[in-house]
Ligand binder design. Structure first.
Ligand SMILES: Nc1nc2c(ncn2[C@@H]2O[C@H](COP(=O)(O)OP(=O)(O)OP(=O)(O)O)[C@@H](O)[C@H]2O)c(=O)[nH]1
Ligand SMILES: [Mg+2]
Length: 455
């Protein structure tokens, strides 16, 4: 399958100044030559040299675009195969025609991510780098771009290789102890313990970095909760900057869950609006409250809104105690109206929780709210720290950690080397899965099937 020649449109769908078609595989140049005629007849295709010319249908000889193309000979290319890039005018009709003619000449239409899959299968990049390429393309902030770029260049792969090498070295030392117990150079239990602990610390910090990674890639879920009519939907719309949710003066306006993404500086959040939390008056409200509670349980943080123009301490207290185990900010809304709320009392009830006075309607203190959201919910990033952006990576590293912990416990409990070396050896396939040395169909499909580098 991988030794055929593939072709795909590399630029996004739609109209543009330029549209790029790429080919990869042994027959790339031969396929292109059937539809491309250089402007200067004396021209020969040279490596990485721009060639100006015309595209035509070989059957009718009808010329339909003036383009330039570049030939990249194997092996120093994106896929490690011969590649050709045709830079056409950015018309979907032209690009589709180029694909049709290339397929007719023997190329196959590439599947999503197939160019990157080839780069991986041909050994140029590992799975961590392939994931980083996808992250770079899909990045929503410059922070994410910078992290993904470093990982695409192999920084995380190097880190994983170093950790793996450290464990392999440890394994060989322990195995030497087992085989030549009388050797004077044997590694001591204390040395093994130190290496284990150092490795555990490094992996722990990588696992922890996913807290930041997740806010950068997937974003955190922030639920706007509170009693009916406190202004939740108004705030939802204000933070989104358009009228997404219906707002009325009637309590019980919102019934369904509304979810939308917002970006604050470099962090992505999924903002959730919901029904007000109160005793439901009918079936619809009851279902709204049930869904709201579920959304709150799934949220990473809560913006708990209370109405400054009402004195409702008892209800406030009830809600605040409900959410004590969550990351939470209290928003005292409608501060443009005369304040009836006993703010001091509220501060006592909500001790230790940030309370911010805002007006969602008049957009007062909203910039400050954005800053408080960042401060409260986004973990701090240390300079130069490695950040992992994928749950897959986090789960594998956690499994590695468990094995290291088990090994450490066995060592401390006085088990002999034969026993804990077996345990420790189990981390190697996990490192293999992390870098993609051990391939699984499922992971390949997940990584290469989800993004279209080649299409
Ligand atoms: N004066 C003032 N009125 C506000 C403010 N925020 C919201 N309101 C008004 O309060 C009423 C209810 O606002 P919504 O945003 O629908 O409140 P909600 O919490 O989503 O209400 P439910 O969906 O019914 O739970 C509307 O009339 C809003 O215009 C504010 O900051 N100041
Ligand atoms: Mg509402």
């Amino acid at each position: 399958m991988l030794d055929d020649t593939i072709v795909a449109i590399s630029t996004p769908p739609g109209f543009g100044g330029l549209g790029i078609v790429r080919l990869s595989g042994k027959k790339s140049l031969a396929v292109v030559k059937t539809i491309f005629k250089p402007k200067h007849r004396s021209f020969t295709f040279q490596s990485k040299k721009l060639v100006l010319g015309f595209l035509s249908d070989p059957e009718t000889q009808d010329v339909f675009d003036e383009v330039y193309l570049i030939f990249f000979p194997a092996p120093h290319t994106y896929t490690c195969e011969d590649m050709v890039e045709i830079n056409c005018h950015g018309s979907p009709v032209i690009l589709e025609e180029v694909i049709r003619l290339c397929v007719k000449a023997g190329a196959r239409h590439a599947g999503p991510g197939e160019f990157t899959l080839r780069a991986h299968v041909n050994g140029r990049i590992d799975i961590l780098q392939a994931e980083a390429i996808r992250d770079l393309i899909e990045a929503v902030s410059m922070t994410q771009v910078k992290i993904s770029f470093l990982q695409m260049e192999g920084r995380l792969s190097r880190r994983a290789r170093e950790l793996r090498a450290r464990i392999i070295h440890l394994l060989s030392q322990i195995e030497a102890v087992i085989e030549f117990p009388e050797d004077g150079l044997r590694v001591t239990s204390k040395q093994i313990l130190t290496t284990l602990e150092k490795t555990i610390l490094k992996i722990k910090s990588l696992v922890k970095s996913y807290d930041i990674g997740k806010t950068l890639s997937e974003g955190m879920i922030l639920a706007i909760a509170g009693r009916p009519n406190v202004g939740k939907s108004t705030l939802f719309n204000t933070l989104l900057d358009y009228d997404r949710a219906i707002v009325t003066p009637n309590a019980g306006t919102t019934r369904d869950i509304l979810r939308e993404k917002i970006t604050i500086v470099d962090s992505v959040f999924t903002l959730v609006d919901m029904a007000g939390l109160a005793d439901a008056r009918n079936l619809v409200e009851k279902e709204g409250v049930r869904r709201g509670k579920k959304a709150i349980a799934e949220a990473d943080g809560i913006l708990l809104m209370v109405d400054a123009a009402e004195n409702t301490n008892k209800e406030d207290k009830k809600l605040i105690t409900q959410f004590k185990n969550k990351k939470i900010i209290i928003l005292l809304n409608k501060c443009d109206l005369p304040i009836k709320k006993d703010i001091n009392r509220l501060r006592t009830i909500a001790s230790g929780i940030e309370i911010l006075e805002i007006s969602a309607l008049k957009k007062q203190n909203i910039d400050q709210l954005r800053q408080v959201i960042l401060k409260t919910f986004v973990p701090e990033q240390k300079k130069g720290e490695d950040i992992i952006l994928h749950l897959r990576q986090k789960l594998l590293l956690e499994n590695i950690l468990t094995i290291l912990f088990n090994t450490k416990t066995m060592l401390l409990d006085g088990y002999s080397e034969e026993y804990y070396v077996e345990e420790l050896r189990a981390v190697l396939p996990l490192f293999g899965q992390l870098s993609g040395e051990i391939r699984s169909e499922e992971i390949l499909h997940d990584i290469f099937g989800r993004f279209c580098v080649g299409k």
